[in-house]
Write a protein that binds this ligand. Structure first.
Ligand SMILES: NC(=O)c1ccc[n+]([C@@H]2O[C@H](COP(=O)([O-])OP(=O)(O)OC[C@H]3O[C@@H](n4cnc5c(N)ncnc54)[C@H](O)[C@@H]3O)[C@@H](O)[C@H]2O)c1
Length: 248
Protein backbone atom coordinates (compact mmCIF):
# COMPACT_ATOMS: atom_id res chain seq x y z
CA UNK A 1 0.00 0.00 0.00
CA UNK A 2 1.36 3.44 -0.84
CA UNK A 3 0.82 5.81 2.07
CA UNK A 4 2.76 8.51 0.24
CA UNK A 5 5.52 9.10 2.79
CA UNK A 6 8.22 9.81 0.20
CA UNK A 7 10.32 12.77 1.31
CA UNK A 8 8.87 12.77 4.83
CA UNK A 9 11.15 12.64 7.88
CA UNK A 10 10.06 10.80 11.03
CA UNK A 11 11.29 10.43 14.59
CA UNK A 12 10.25 7.21 16.34
CA UNK A 13 11.06 7.10 20.05
CA UNK A 14 11.79 3.66 21.48
CA UNK A 15 12.59 2.71 17.87
CA UNK A 16 15.14 0.11 18.92
CA UNK A 17 12.71 -2.65 19.74
CA UNK A 18 9.25 -4.13 19.32
CA UNK A 19 6.49 -1.84 18.04
CA UNK A 20 8.90 1.09 17.61
CA UNK A 21 11.33 -0.93 15.46
CA UNK A 22 8.48 -2.29 13.31
CA UNK A 23 7.16 1.27 12.92
CA UNK A 24 10.58 2.54 11.81
CA UNK A 25 10.79 -0.20 9.19
CA UNK A 26 7.21 0.32 7.98
CA UNK A 27 7.54 4.12 7.66
CA UNK A 28 10.87 3.61 5.86
CA UNK A 29 9.27 1.08 3.49
CA UNK A 30 6.64 3.76 2.73
CA UNK A 31 9.44 6.14 1.72
CA UNK A 32 10.14 8.14 4.90
CA UNK A 33 13.60 8.84 6.34
CA UNK A 34 13.80 7.73 9.95
CA UNK A 35 15.53 9.03 13.06
CA UNK A 36 15.58 5.91 15.24
CA UNK A 37 15.73 7.25 18.80
CA UNK A 38 16.17 4.96 21.78
CA UNK A 39 17.74 5.07 25.22
CA UNK A 40 19.55 1.90 24.07
CA UNK A 41 21.86 3.07 21.27
CA UNK A 42 22.91 -0.44 20.18
CA UNK A 43 19.26 -1.37 19.57
CA UNK A 44 18.59 1.88 17.71
CA UNK A 45 21.61 1.14 15.52
CA UNK A 46 20.27 -2.35 14.75
CA UNK A 47 16.94 -0.93 13.56
CA UNK A 48 18.66 1.76 11.49
CA UNK A 49 21.01 -0.82 9.93
CA UNK A 50 18.07 -3.03 8.93
CA UNK A 51 16.45 -0.04 7.20
CA UNK A 52 19.63 0.92 5.34
CA UNK A 53 20.14 -2.74 4.33
CA UNK A 54 16.65 -2.74 2.82
CA UNK A 55 17.53 0.38 0.78
CA UNK A 56 16.01 3.01 3.10
CA UNK A 57 17.40 6.04 4.91
CA UNK A 58 17.86 6.06 8.69
CA UNK A 59 19.98 7.55 11.44
CA UNK A 60 20.31 6.09 14.95
CA UNK A 61 20.59 8.22 18.08
CA UNK A 62 20.64 7.63 21.83
CA UNK A 63 17.83 9.69 23.32
CA UNK A 64 16.10 9.61 26.70
CA UNK A 65 12.57 10.97 26.25
CA UNK A 66 12.39 11.96 29.93
CA UNK A 67 15.38 14.29 29.60
CA UNK A 68 14.72 17.77 28.21
CA UNK A 69 18.23 18.32 26.76
CA UNK A 70 18.33 14.84 25.22
CA UNK A 71 14.95 15.40 23.54
CA UNK A 72 16.03 18.76 22.11
CA UNK A 73 19.21 17.12 20.76
CA UNK A 74 17.01 14.42 19.17
CA UNK A 75 14.86 16.93 17.30
CA UNK A 76 17.95 18.94 16.30
CA UNK A 77 19.49 15.71 14.93
CA UNK A 78 16.43 15.03 12.74
CA UNK A 79 16.95 18.45 11.18
CA UNK A 80 20.76 18.31 10.90
CA UNK A 81 21.15 14.64 9.87
CA UNK A 82 18.00 14.07 7.82
CA UNK A 83 16.90 17.57 6.78
CA UNK A 84 13.73 18.29 8.76
CA UNK A 85 10.84 16.76 10.64
CA UNK A 86 7.28 15.85 9.60
CA UNK A 87 6.24 12.87 11.74
CA UNK A 88 6.74 12.17 15.45
CA UNK A 89 5.81 8.81 16.94
CA UNK A 90 5.81 8.96 20.75
CA UNK A 91 6.30 5.24 21.35
CA UNK A 92 8.90 4.84 24.14
CA UNK A 93 7.33 3.21 27.18
CA UNK A 94 7.44 0.31 29.61
CA UNK A 95 5.47 -1.31 32.40
CA UNK A 96 6.24 -1.77 36.11
CA UNK A 97 3.25 -3.92 37.09
CA UNK A 98 2.20 -4.57 40.66
CA UNK A 99 -0.69 -4.07 43.04
CA UNK A 100 -0.99 -0.50 44.31
CA UNK A 101 -0.01 -1.41 47.90
CA UNK A 102 3.32 -2.75 46.62
CA UNK A 103 3.95 0.11 44.17
CA UNK A 104 6.81 2.44 45.11
CA UNK A 105 6.92 6.12 44.20
CA UNK A 106 9.73 5.20 41.78
CA UNK A 107 7.53 2.54 40.10
CA UNK A 108 4.83 5.19 39.68
CA UNK A 109 7.09 8.04 38.55
CA UNK A 110 9.18 6.04 36.08
CA UNK A 111 6.14 4.81 34.12
CA UNK A 112 4.28 8.12 34.21
CA UNK A 113 7.46 9.97 33.23
CA UNK A 114 8.38 7.86 30.21
CA UNK A 115 4.83 7.95 28.84
CA UNK A 116 3.53 11.41 29.74
CA UNK A 117 6.58 13.59 30.34
CA UNK A 118 8.22 11.87 27.35
CA UNK A 119 5.33 12.69 25.01
CA UNK A 120 5.15 16.25 26.40
CA UNK A 121 8.87 16.95 25.90
CA UNK A 122 9.07 15.38 22.42
CA UNK A 123 5.90 17.08 21.21
CA UNK A 124 6.96 20.47 22.57
CA UNK A 125 10.34 20.22 20.84
CA UNK A 126 8.82 19.04 17.53
CA UNK A 127 5.92 21.50 17.19
CA UNK A 128 7.93 24.59 16.08
CA UNK A 129 9.27 22.65 13.04
CA UNK A 130 5.88 21.21 12.13
CA UNK A 131 4.09 24.54 12.60
CA UNK A 132 6.58 26.41 10.46
CA UNK A 133 6.07 24.08 7.48
CA UNK A 134 2.28 23.87 8.07
CA UNK A 135 2.33 20.07 8.07
CA UNK A 136 2.78 17.56 10.82
CA UNK A 137 1.72 14.19 12.13
CA UNK A 138 2.05 13.20 15.77
CA UNK A 139 1.07 9.68 16.80
CA UNK A 140 1.06 8.84 20.50
CA UNK A 141 1.15 5.20 21.57
CA UNK A 142 -1.43 4.56 24.26
CA UNK A 143 -2.68 1.07 25.17
CA UNK A 144 -5.94 -0.80 25.62
CA UNK A 145 -4.91 -0.53 29.29
CA UNK A 146 -6.19 3.08 29.23
CA UNK A 147 -9.51 1.43 30.11
CA UNK A 148 -7.94 0.12 33.35
CA UNK A 149 -6.09 -3.08 34.22
CA UNK A 150 -5.53 -4.59 37.68
CA UNK A 151 -1.83 -4.42 38.60
CA UNK A 152 -1.28 -1.53 36.20
CA UNK A 153 -2.41 1.60 38.09
CA UNK A 154 0.68 3.53 36.94
CA UNK A 155 0.52 2.31 33.34
CA UNK A 156 -3.27 2.61 32.97
CA UNK A 157 -3.20 6.15 34.38
CA UNK A 158 -0.38 7.18 32.04
CA UNK A 159 -1.96 5.55 28.97
CA UNK A 160 -5.33 7.21 29.75
CA UNK A 161 -3.51 10.51 30.32
CA UNK A 162 -1.93 10.29 26.88
CA UNK A 163 -5.42 10.34 25.35
CA UNK A 164 -6.23 13.67 27.06
CA UNK A 165 -2.86 14.99 25.92
CA UNK A 166 -3.62 13.81 22.35
CA UNK A 167 -6.96 15.65 22.23
CA UNK A 168 -5.50 18.85 23.74
CA UNK A 169 -2.67 18.81 21.19
CA UNK A 170 -5.10 18.12 18.33
CA UNK A 171 -7.11 21.21 19.26
CA UNK A 172 -4.08 23.40 19.88
CA UNK A 173 -2.24 22.58 16.64
CA UNK A 174 -4.89 21.90 14.00
CA UNK A 175 -4.69 25.40 12.55
CA UNK A 176 -1.10 24.66 11.60
CA UNK A 177 -2.28 21.54 9.73
CA UNK A 178 -0.78 19.27 12.36
CA UNK A 179 -2.81 16.18 13.26
CA UNK A 180 -2.37 14.46 16.61
CA UNK A 181 -3.78 10.98 17.15
CA UNK A 182 -3.30 8.00 19.44
CA UNK A 183 -2.97 4.31 18.71
CA UNK A 184 -4.03 1.93 21.49
CA UNK A 185 -2.61 -1.57 20.97
CA UNK A 186 -3.94 -4.66 22.70
CA UNK A 187 -1.62 -7.57 23.50
CA UNK A 188 1.26 -7.42 21.04
CA UNK A 189 3.90 -10.14 20.93
CA UNK A 190 6.97 -7.98 21.56
CA UNK A 191 9.83 -9.03 23.85
CA UNK A 192 8.26 -6.93 26.63
CA UNK A 193 5.30 -9.35 26.55
CA UNK A 194 6.74 -12.68 25.31
CA UNK A 195 9.42 -12.42 28.04
CA UNK A 196 6.81 -12.44 30.84
CA UNK A 197 6.81 -15.71 32.82
CA UNK A 198 3.04 -16.08 32.35
CA UNK A 199 3.16 -15.31 28.58
CA UNK A 200 1.82 -18.77 27.54
CA UNK A 201 -1.27 -18.12 29.71
CA UNK A 202 -1.67 -14.58 28.28
CA UNK A 203 -1.49 -15.98 24.74
CA UNK A 204 -3.96 -18.78 25.41
CA UNK A 205 -6.39 -16.38 27.06
CA UNK A 206 -6.07 -13.84 24.22
CA UNK A 207 -6.73 -16.52 21.61
CA UNK A 208 -9.90 -17.52 23.48
CA UNK A 209 -11.28 -14.04 24.20
CA UNK A 210 -10.20 -11.89 21.23
CA UNK A 211 -12.66 -11.64 18.31
CA UNK A 212 -9.66 -11.97 15.95
CA UNK A 213 -8.32 -15.03 17.78
CA UNK A 214 -4.59 -14.34 18.06
CA UNK A 215 -2.25 -11.94 19.84
CA UNK A 216 -1.19 -8.93 17.80
CA UNK A 217 2.07 -8.41 15.94
CA UNK A 218 4.18 -5.25 15.97
CA UNK A 219 3.45 -4.94 12.24
CA UNK A 220 -0.30 -4.68 12.99
CA UNK A 221 0.40 -1.56 15.06
CA UNK A 222 2.95 -0.18 12.59
CA UNK A 223 0.33 -0.34 9.81
CA UNK A 224 -2.11 1.80 11.84
CA UNK A 225 0.67 4.29 12.61
CA UNK A 226 1.68 4.48 8.93
CA UNK A 227 -1.93 5.26 7.96
CA UNK A 228 -2.24 8.04 10.57
CA UNK A 229 1.13 9.44 9.41
CA UNK A 230 -0.04 9.63 5.80
CA UNK A 231 -1.56 12.45 3.75
CA UNK A 232 -4.66 10.25 3.51
CA UNK A 233 -5.34 10.76 7.23
CA UNK A 234 -5.19 14.56 7.04
CA UNK A 235 -8.76 15.12 8.28
CA UNK A 236 -8.45 12.76 11.26
CA UNK A 237 -7.23 14.33 14.50
CA UNK A 238 -7.73 13.86 18.24
CA UNK A 239 -8.76 10.23 17.66
CA UNK A 240 -7.73 6.97 19.26
CA UNK A 241 -7.36 3.96 16.96
CA UNK A 242 -7.52 0.65 18.82
CA UNK A 243 -5.41 -2.17 17.40
CA UNK A 244 -6.69 -4.91 19.67
CA UNK A 245 -8.26 -7.52 17.40
CA UNK A 246 -11.58 -6.24 18.74
CA UNK A 247 -10.82 -7.03 22.42
CA UNK A 248 -11.65 -4.37 25.03
N1 LIG B 1 3.60 -4.90 23.60
C1 LIG B 1 2.34 -4.65 23.94
O1 LIG B 1 1.54 -5.56 24.17
C2 LIG B 1 1.86 -3.24 24.05
C3 LIG B 1 0.48 -3.03 24.20
C4 LIG B 1 0.00 -1.74 24.30
C5 LIG B 1 0.87 -0.67 24.26
N2 LIG B 1 2.20 -0.88 24.12
C6 LIG B 1 3.07 0.30 24.09
O2 LIG B 1 3.81 0.30 22.89
C7 LIG B 1 5.08 0.94 23.12
C8 LIG B 1 6.19 0.01 22.70
O3 LIG B 1 6.08 -1.19 23.43
P1 LIG B 1 6.93 -2.49 23.08
O4 LIG B 1 6.14 -3.66 23.55
O5 LIG B 1 7.40 -2.42 21.69
O6 LIG B 1 8.14 -2.31 24.12
P2 LIG B 1 9.70 -2.70 24.01
O7 LIG B 1 10.15 -2.84 25.41
O8 LIG B 1 9.89 -3.85 23.06
O9 LIG B 1 10.33 -1.40 23.33
C9 LIG B 1 10.33 -0.17 24.00
C10 LIG B 1 11.58 0.61 23.61
O10 LIG B 1 11.54 1.86 24.31
C11 LIG B 1 12.85 2.15 24.73
N3 LIG B 1 12.83 3.10 25.85
C12 LIG B 1 12.51 2.84 27.14
N4 LIG B 1 12.63 3.96 27.88
C13 LIG B 1 13.05 4.95 27.05
C14 LIG B 1 13.38 6.32 27.22
N5 LIG B 1 13.31 6.89 28.43
N6 LIG B 1 13.75 7.03 26.15
C15 LIG B 1 13.84 6.44 24.92
N7 LIG B 1 13.58 5.14 24.70
C16 LIG B 1 13.18 4.41 25.75
C17 LIG B 1 13.45 0.79 25.11
O11 LIG B 1 14.88 0.82 25.12
C18 LIG B 1 12.88 -0.10 24.01
O12 LIG B 1 13.74 -0.19 22.90
C19 LIG B 1 5.10 1.31 24.60
O13 LIG B 1 4.67 2.64 24.77
C20 LIG B 1 4.09 0.36 25.20
O14 LIG B 1 3.55 0.85 26.40
C21 LIG B 1 2.73 -2.14 24.01
Amino acid sequence: MDFGLNGKIAIVTGGGNGIGAATCRRLAAEGASILVADIDLAKAQQTAASIVEAGGRAHALRADVTDEASVQAMVDAAVSELGGLHILVNNAGFTRDMRITKMSVHDWDSVVDVVLKGAFLCTRAAIPHLAEQKFGRIINISSRAHLGNPGQANYSAAKAGILGFTRAMAMENGRNWITVNAVAPGIIGTEAVTGLPHFPKIKENAEKTTPIPRIGESDDVAAAIAFLASEAAGYITGEVLHVTGGRY
